[in-house]
Design a protein around this ligand. Structure first.
Ligand code: AMP
Length: 215
């Protein structure tokens, strides 16, 4: 089916980039600014693990090792969440060519934003990342620390370190990103959808540039 023949498809923006590039933070800011639904497959999977669902049990072993959850599980999980009508921002999906092709059949994308970050910076950032147990907000002990140690500024929830943010798992995740996900830049460049920004800068400054390139 051609793009023009499917006006009811949901529309959206995809954020690409290595783990730790700031996709989650920028996606949350963008969702608010542009009134879009923020869909993070990593966040959804962590909730499934927390709730002990069948999907969560299947996904956990992959996530703990820093590997990708199999395509068929993630694609099925996403399918139900892309209701037509509302715009969305996808953060952490697609991560493989298979997923990108499945997404192409489900939705119409306006833009794909790649946030670039070097491997050294990925490792440095992720080792310092902490996440709120209650609301999922991300902090960085170096560049974006909470006001009170160990507590979320937004909701007072307890901050924790994700199991997959431990150094040996971080290296594995970066390798998986290079092999499986980085090639998607070409996929979207060929379709005229890719825009790129450098992620190594303060959150607010990056956000202004993100808004600029998406305009
Ligand atoms: P994230 O929070 O985006 O870094 O995702 C955390 C983990 O969830 C990843 O390391 C993967 O194991 C899994 N995951 C999230 N999104 C996907 C996806 N689109 N495809 C496969 N696995 C995913």
């Amino acid at each position: 089916m051609s793009r023009a023949a499917s006006p009811k498809k949901a529309r959206g923006i995809v954020l690409l980039g290595p783990p730790g590039a700031g996709k989650g933070t920028q996606a949350a800011l963008l969702a608010k600014e542009l009134e879009l639904k923020h869909i993070s497959t990593g966040e959804i999977l962590r909730e499934e693990v927390e709730r002990g669902t069948e999907l969560g049990r299947k996904a956990k072993a992959y996530m703990d090792r820093g590997e990708l959850v199999p395509d068929e599980l993630v694609i099925a999980m996403l399918r139900g969440r892309l209701d037509s009508g509302s715009g969305f921002i996808l953060d952490g999906f697609p991560r493989t060519l298979n997923q990108a092709e499945a997404l192409e059949r489900m939705v119409r994308l306006d833009r794909v934003l790649n946030i670039h970050l070097s491997e050294e910076e990925v490792v440095r950032r992720l080792s310092a990342r902490r996440v709120c147990k209650s609301c999922g907000r991300n902090y960085n002990l170096i560049s974006n620390p909470p006001k009170v140690e160990g507590r979320c500024d937004s909701c007072g929830g307890e901050l924790f370190q994700r199991d997959d943010d431990k150094p040996e798992v971080i290296r594995r995740r970066y390798r998986v990103y290079q092999e499986e996900t980085a090639p998607l830049k070409d996929f979207y460049r060929e379709r005229g959808l890719l825009v790129e920004v450098e992620g190594d800068r303060p959150i607010e400054e990056l956000f202004q540039e993100v808004l600029e390139v998406l305009r």
